[in-house]
Design a protein around this ligand. Structure first.
Ligand SMILES: [Zn+2]
Length: 363
């Protein structure tokens, strides 16, 4: 038996990887029977995963980073047994390193726990389910570290997407977005993704992605402005950051809060930010703050209401992706409309875009 069960990570594959079989034949690494065209000396070994003790073999090609990780302890020992040098040597020291890290962190945590952290950890565990600790950790991460974390999350979330910043549609998105985030402590990056599904999402630190499908589905710049105004609030209010911290787990959240922003703390972060759902309260908060951002920018609010309402009423078998994360229930629409009424009529000028022309460029 020379095949080794592995998880395979590669550009274009899902972030959580695919199950595959690895083998070494004539000093070459084969995955599912196909040799990778990278010399064995170019393969590196690193530790990752939530506990920093998962072994990864990785290499780089023009398309990006590739990695494999043994599925279990048995696969790891076969990997060590069968790998040729110098890979075998690298694996040996990585495994040693992992054991040492485990011992050190267990020791460190128990000592700290006794003297300092025990009450805090107990509280943390108690409240973990209710996102309290994630919220606490989010409040302790500097903007600078949040932007670094955001950059890593953005790269992972958009691997395989066709992004661009050029074109009149992308310029319009950037101009409207910049207007909506004037005075923000984040510096935003605006992207258009060549994707016909109706969706948009935001990544911590200020990365916003709008699909061409959403631009196509909108009938005015005000409708897109409504979606952008809402999405940026998930950044401004650190909703996405809290969600990421929550999914990374207690240890990573603590180490990030304490300033360790190294990739190791993140591990192979697998959340799909484009499909991230928030609670109804957070959505409502983003709606309210989003309307307020529209008001401050002198943009008419009705686009925000009409766009979601239109998607809701759209006939067809599959609902737009944006609705799966942002349910446009009759109730939400009613609340949104009453928020608009509450904030009163504000002075607004139509946004200076010919949306028919912009739509054509998003095709
Ligand atoms: Zn939202």
């Amino acid at each position: 038996m020379t095949e080794i069960g592995i998880t395979y990570y590669a550009p274009g594959l899902p972030a959580h990887g695919n199950q595959a079989e690895a083998a070494f034949i004539d000093g070459k690494l084969f995955i599912d029977g196909i040799a990778i065209d990278v010399p064995i000396t170019d393969i590196g070994v690193t530790l990752g995963g939530f506990n920093h003790n998962q072994v990864f073999l990785f290499w780089h090609k023009e398309e990006g980073r590739f990695a494999i990780s043994p599925v279990d302890a048995d696969a790891l020992s076969r990997l060590r047994e069968l790998a040729p040098e110098p890979l075998a040597g690298l694996l040996k020291s990585a495994v040693k390193d992992s054991a040492r890290k485990q011992r050190r962190s267990r020791f460190g945590l128990s000592v700290l726990g006794l003297f300092l952290l025990l009450p805090l950890l107990l509280l943390a565990v108690l409240f973990w389910q209710s996102h309290e600790v994630a919220g606490w950790a989010a409040g302790h991460i500097s903007i600078e570290n949040e932007q670094k974390l955001g950059e890593i999350a953005f790269k992972q979330a958009t691997a395989g997407m066709k992004l661009r910043q050029g074109g009149i549609d992308a310029s319009a998105i950037q101009e409207i977005g910049t207007r909506l985030t004037k005075g923000s402590k984040y510096s935003y990056h605006w992207y258009v993704a060549e994707d016909p599904s109706i969706n948009a999402f935001a990544v911590p630190g200020g990365y916003v992605v709008v699909n061409t499908g959403l631009i196509q589905a909108a009938d005015s710049a005000e409708e897109v402005a409504g979606v952008l105004a809402h999405e940026v609030q998930h950044v401004e209010l650190r909703h996405t950051l809290k969600n990421i911290l929550h999914s990374l787990g207690l240890r990573a959240a603590f180490s990030l809060a304490l300033g360790d922003i190294g990739g190791s703390a993140l591990g192979d972060f697998a959340a799909n930010l484009a499909e991230l759902k928030f609670s109804r309260d957070l959505e409502s908060e983003a709606d309210r703050q989003g309307l307020s951002a529209l008001k401050h920018s002198g943009i008419a609010p009705q686009g925000m209401v009409s766009f979601f309402d239109k998607l809701r009423k759209q006939e067809g078998a599959t609902p737009p992706a944006l609705l799966s994360t942002h349910p446009a229930s009759a109730e939400r629409m009613q609340i949104l409309q009453s928020m608009v009424n509450e904030q009163g009529n504000w002075q607004s000028k139509p946004l200076p875009y010919d949306w028919v022309v912009i739509k054509a460029s998003a095709r």
